[in-house]
Design a protein around this ligand. Sequence first.
Ligand code: ADP
Ligand code: ADP
Length: 231
Amino acid sequence: EQTALEVDHLSLYYGEKQALNDISLRIPQHQVTALIGPSGCGKSTLLRCFNRMNDLVENCRIEGDIRLRGVSVSDAQWDVSALRRRVGMVFQRPNPFPKSIYDNVAYGLRLQGIRDRRLLDETVENALRAAALWHEVKDRLGDNALTLSSGQQQRLVIARAIAIEPEVLLLDEPTSALDPISTLVIEELMGALKQRFTLVLVTHNMQQAARVSDYTAFIHQGKLIEYNHTD
Ligand code: ADP
Ligand code: ADP
């Protein structure tokens, strides 16, 4: 298996407090890797290092390195937005923009300057299909995204993230604000998405990790204590 992300002796401090302690880890391509562990152990902090979201945090200091396909995420070749086009992120609470369903999915393409209507239409449709949402929304693409259920909103956010074809999709507790049925739909979706993307999933739910992940990294008090192929 090829390596998508390589974490190399990563430590992270918020001021005096050490949140990550010498973590080394290989995230394989086209697999779902789950980061699990108790609340406060550092899962989200580690996830946010993959697309440099901690850069915004005052007092945050990082040692060690993360490489995306061999290139350090702090390499000068990335401005942060270039990095985030390759490493997309989905949060716990669905956060669609208060715009139409179509405009949400087209957002990243338009940021890249794409204006061709046919290309936009086609990409929006493909992303919605890949997010298992197309049939539910195809007749209402102009509706405001906030009129969708929260399970649909989360799939829309996934469609928005994958429309620009990132390599890696980071998912931070993507189902913990959702009902059980929507949770199952998204768990099934993760299985399909890994054919095209590398997924890193933060969850505190061991059953979910067992259901969807190929690899499981157990984190405890900022340390990686175990890394396994999921049975
Ligand atoms: P988890 O995702 O496993 O619940 P987090 O990564 O959110 O854990 O947090 C790890 C530790 O770092 C916790 O003790 C948390 O309180 C602390 N922490 C998280 N973000 C910040 C921040 N911006 N400033 C200071 N401490 C933080
Ligand atoms: P629905 O919205 O009714 O679930 P879709 O056609 O959107 O129907 O998707 C059906 C299933 O096929 C979903 O589970 C989805 O994950 C999967 N799927 C559809 N298109 C793709 C694609 N391009 N890549 C990966 N999986 C896909």
